[in-house]
Design a protein around this ligand. Structure first.
Ligand SMILES: [Zn+2]
Length: 301
């Protein structure tokens, strides 16, 4: 994992909760040895986050996490103002952008749609329920899951971040592979609320034994502009060699694992002295963030 280091201008405000008096105090981060509170440097080493003062003292603080430093680093590399957010705050989309032609596949003819009546009916149900084409909703969920994984999994961050020698195309195709897995699992289950699928289902669809089938999934979409794959993505799905496709599917599985890791760390709920069985984690629970461009970032408009 690449170490990141960011110098911070000015002070770093934090809020500290004192359980004894049950109050939150506004403070600035300061060195426990020399009390320096400016000229601090934030450093991520593997999954550890360090703060270093100008005199070289180093310490840790629960407000400063390795994922938080990755988000700061991404935003400053992208020319955005770096804002330190609380460790559990929702994080704006921080994925690398892929600049390419956005044209979608042309709409299939009515004859082609009618030749796949079960698929057509299911896509219609999804659209009627959520006012969003099935592929657009699958991509939205995949992108939201990937955004969390990007900063919480340092290996994915290194692989995708262009400023660290990573590839925006790998980020994009991992999201497309995950979206196709979500779309295909929901279709097979005849589930029109796509978010109500267990995380484990697309994970299984992305395993080497089953993922080859995803390369031929071609959503029908609804009008001239939405719900179908980009022409560029279709070409990559058709032409990528097996090694490349396996790498994208492995990254897509890693996205899901970063969420399962969070779910696995939860304390079990105990009632009447007994541990309750943990509920099966669903996509909707982990892809709960909506962004203003969610339904347009992929389409041609
Ligand atoms: Zn110091």
């Amino acid at each position: 994992m690449v170490s990141l280091s960011i110098g911070v201008d000015g002070v770093i405000p934090i809020e500290r909760y004192e359980p004894e008096v049950q109050e939150v105090f506004a403070e600035v981060l300061s060195c426990p040895q020399c009390a320096a509170h400016t000229g601090l440097r934030l450093i991520s080493e593997q999954d550890t986050a360090l703060i270093r003062c100008p005199l070289g003292h180093e310490w840790t603080d629960p407000h400063i996490t390795a994922p938080g430093i990755r988000v700061l680093w991404h935003h400053s590399a992208a020319g955005m103002a770096p804002v330190l957010r609380p460790p559990d705050a929702l994080t704006p989309i921080a994925l690398p952008k892929l600049d390419e032609d956005r044209a979608l596949l042309p709409r299939p003819s009515d004859d082609e749609c009618e030749a796949q009546p079960a698929l057509w009916d299911w896509e219609l149900d999804v659209h009627l329920h959520g006012d969003t084409p099935a592929l657009v909703e699958s991509l939205r969920i995949a992108r939201s899951l990937a955004n969390f994984a990007y900063y919480s999994d340092g290996g994915l961050f290194d692989s995708w971040c262009p400023e660290l020698g990573g590839h925006a195309l790998d980020a994009h195709m991992s999201i497309v592979a995950l979206a196709l897995a979500i779309y295909d699992c929901a279709r097979r289950a005849d589930q029109f609320k796509i978010g109500w699928l267990p995380l484990s289902e697309p994970l299984a669809a992305l395993l080497p034994t089953s993922a080859e089938a995803l390369r031929t999934v071609r959503p029908l979409g609804f009008d001239e502009h939405e719900g179908r794959l980009r022409i560029t993505d279709t070409r990559r799905l058709d032409q990528a060699d097996d090694r490349q496709w396996s790498a994208w599917c492995a990254m897509a599985r890693r996205i899901i694992h970063s969420h399962l890791n969070v779910v696995d760390r939860r304390q079990p709920v105990v009632a009447h002295g007994r541990e309750l069985p943990s509920p099966t984690p669903m996509l909707i629970e982990r892809a709960r963030q909506y962004w203003p461009d969610d339904t347009t970032w992929y389409g041609s408009r």
